[in-house]
Write a protein that binds this ligand. Structure first.
Ligand code: AMP
Ligand code: MG
Length: 346
């Protein structure tokens, strides 16, 4: 094992704690921001959308409560969460779980198959191993990676639909829904807003975004995608209505080990984090969970496997790769046409 220097860059989202309300008279948007799930969650509603600003604020606050509820259920950083309970108890014995957690785990396992194993919630032993490596600055040994890999695999999670139970086949297994929970929280917040009669809004859970309805009667929402290596620059703008968009990649959370830049996303096939060849994957879909899953999976699979989204209805994607220091975009066949993209300014 070689010692090496190591650097962290956490997203601003994880560092800044703020709660603010903003009334932009000129654009008539009610905007509230809250800290949840280790990131900033932002909700915007056009103030002429439905009713008084005070009422809108209350409704947005309800949506934030829903995001916090989702965090309390799914976070592996909370000892009392249902997922932490599963991780403590599910080896060798069936544990009864809620319909909600069962449903999301079932979805996650299904998508492991659809992504040829690239999306895999059982990677937690590897996530933990590489988290320790980040702290120590020491590259894990081959044996350690092999041992952690042996504790993974979606086929080692047993779900019983009739009894709503889960169990793990291997000792030391654990699950991490970090690559799907923010998308799920976004979908839940949107569902809450809709339930309260809101017809236009944006919910953005640290990049997992859903655009409900239109920005105004004439205009869809315009979403700018941040340049992977220049925080100040937007390299592409997309117009969206009733659609989710999510970007996963190495530019918000990454670390450097032995001089190489690694993503926080693990390749479940090798046990290593994704390197700096794939910089980011942006996915649009009809819901945030689907966008969240494919964005993570495409970071693992890279542009050669963009075809995995073919079977998913209404999903488009763009992958940015680093080819010898030059950033290059790869897009799914329908991407440019659907979003009228003439130039990608990387
Ligand atoms: P995201 O930012 O949505 O791509 O999710 C990344 C997070 O999901 C990581 O911080 C890990 O907790 C977890 N994760 C890492 N690699 C994978 C993977 N291949 N499949 C599913 N979850 C992963
Ligand atoms: Mg994801």
């Amino acid at each position: 094992m070689k010692p090496s220097r190591i650097f962290f860059l956490f997203s601003m989202a994880t560092l800044i704690a703020l709660l603010l309300t903003h009334f932009g008279k000129e654009n008539r948007i009610v905007e509230k921001t809250s800290l949840s799930m280790g990131t900033i969650v932002q909700i915007k509603v056009p103030s002429d959308c439905c009713e008084s600003q005070k009422k809108l604020e209350e409704k947005i606050t309800h949506a934030f409560s829903e995001v916090r509820r989702v965090e309390n259920v799914f976070s592996v950083y909370r000892e009392n969460s249902e997922v932490s309970r599963i991780n403590r108890l599910a080896y060798g014995q069936p544990i009864r779980i809620s319909d909600e957690v069962f449903g999301l785990i079932e979805t996650a396992l299904e998508y492991s198959k659809r992504t040829d194993g690239a999306f895999d919630i059982t990677v937690k032993p590897l996530v933990d191993l590489w988290a320790s490596a980040k702290v120590s600055g020491m590259m894990p040994g081959e044996e350690e990676i092999k041992a952690a890999l042996a504790k993974t695999g979606p086929q080692n999670v047993i779900l019983d639909k009739a009894f709503k139970t889960i169990s793990f086949k291997k000792r030391g297994m654990s699950i991490d829904l970090g690559a799907i929970a923010k998308g799920y929280a976004t979908d839940r917040a949107i569902a809450m807003l809709k339930q309260e009669g809101i017809t236009a809004a944006i919910v953005n859970s640290g990049g997992d975004m859903y655009c409900l309805g239109m920005r105004s009667k004439k205009e869809p929402w315009t979403i700018g995608i941040q340049h992977p290596r220049d925080r100040e620059k937007t390299f592409l703008e997309l117009k969206l209505a009733d659609e989710a968009i999510d970007t996963s990649g190495d530019y918000e959370k990454f670390f450097v080990l032995n001089g190489k830049r690694y993503s926080h996303i693990i390749d479940p096939r090798t046990g290593y984090p994704v390197g700096d060849e794939v910089v980011s994957a942006t996915v649009t879909a009809g819901d945030s969970v689907t966008a969240d899953i494919y964005a993570t999976a495409l970071c693992v699979l890279g542009p050669k496997r963009l075809d995995i989204i073919k079977e998913a209805k209404g999903v488009e994607a763009m992958i940015v790769v680093n080819e010898d220091g030059v950033l290059k975009p790869y897009v799914s066949p329908g991407f440019k046409e659907r979003y009228s993209v003439s130039k990608i300014d990387l």
